[in-house]
Design a protein around this ligand. Structure first.
Ligand SMILES: O=C(O)C(=O)C[C@]1(C(=O)O)C=C[C@@H](O)C=C1
Length: 319
């Protein structure tokens, strides 16, 4: 009885080969042996999905140290008809590399992806206090900049890169484990065009973007109550500027459960009733496969029983 959509065949991801984004894509069993397209940035990855050049894009959405990837949250809020179909976790570690023969004391300019830079800031301040940061489009591109004309012209002498980068470039490792937290994890999502929602697995997440009615005291509390009263736990609540006027924010929400779970569906109906704008981004299996803990009163069956009861009351068949 499966009417599940066909799995994507063409995947865009932040390249070049060797990025953490590629490691996330390697976790997708359906992607093995399919067409993989390395791109230069998140905008290009999502644009591929919008134009149909790819069927899905893997994007970084949250880092356990640096927080939400705001450019990804903003893109999902504003590009219509995208759906998150999967979630993946990748442990992230960083090394500092340079061209062969160079020493730490030679380093002035460090190329790094901004999210990686944020995670290694403390080490750099302690060991290379006078350095300058040159943003790179990805961690692997930072290492590539050590050899490319543009990077050399910009004076890049070191790069923050993933461990194992030596397999791709002829670099010397100056320092290992330079990130502030050795247990850092980045959360990635696989994004496709609008597609029917799959079946619940029992360990799912639902992502939404919600705007609040203006000039209403307690609107945020109203929003949170929609979830709380249905026993739906939130794993992410972030605010991002809408951008049209000072002080206007939208809320990025990840809720435990699936839109086909009665309690989540009911919460979403509540949100939709009062919010001027709700973007449903998808219900998909959680990367950690941890099932939501819910109270009996929020079981699907209780919702159905209550609805049946109401129907009977209205029809005069029962009490
Ligand atoms: O995929 C990579 O390797 C990247 O450079 C991207 C990215 C990101 O976009 O956040 C991914 C994970 C790391 O936390 C830092 C950077």
């Amino acid at each position: 009885m499966s009417n599940a959509p066909a799995p994507p065949r063409r995947y865009s991801y932040l390249g070049p080969a060797g990025t953490f984004t590629e490691a996330a894509l390697r976790q997708v069993p359906e992607a093995a042996g399919q067409e993989w397209r390395p791109v230069a940035n998140l905008g290009e990855a999502l644009n591929d999905v919008v134009t149909g050049a790819s069927d899905a894009a893997m994007i970084a959405i949250e880092n356990s140290i640096d927080g939400g990837v705001s450019v990804a949250q903003d893109a999902l809020a504003t590009i219509p008809d995208l759906r998150i179909i999967g979630e993946y976790l990748v442990p992230v570690r960083f090394v500092l590399v340079t061209r062969p023969g160079r020493k730490l004391e030679d380093v002035e300019v460090v190329a790094a992806h901004p999210v990686a830079y944020g995670q290694c800031r403390a080490w750099l301040d302690a060991n290379l206090s006078g350095h300058r940061h040159l943003p790179a489009t990805s961690n692997v591109q930072a290492a590539a900049d050590l050899f490319g004309e543009a990077g050399i012209d910009a004076g890049v002498d070191a790069a923050i890169a993933p461990p194992g980068i030596e397999e791709y470039y002829d670099v010397d490792v100056l320092a290992e484990g330079i990130a502030e937290n050795p247990d850092a994890v980045t959360r990635f999502v696989l994004v496709s065009r609008n597609t029917p929602v799959g079946q619940p697995t029992g360990a799912d997440k639902t992502s939404l973007i919600v705007e609040l009615p203006e000039d209403r005291a307690g609107a945020l509390l109203d929003l949170l109550e929609q979830f709380a009263t249905r026993g739906v736990n939130l794993t992410l609540l972030a605010s991002r500027p809408i951008g049209d006027r000072m002080g206007r924010y939208r809320f990025v929400i990840d809720a435990e459960g699936h839109v086909r779970d009665e309690r989540v569906a009911d919460a979403l109906l509540g949100v939709k009733r009062f919010s001027p704008k709700v973007v449903f981004l998808g219900s998909y299996p959680r990367a950690d496969r941890i099932a939501a803990t819910t109270h009996d009163v929020h079981d699907d069956e209780r919702f159905r029983d209550a609805r049946d009861w109401l129907r009977e009351v209205i029809s005069g068949a029962g009490a």
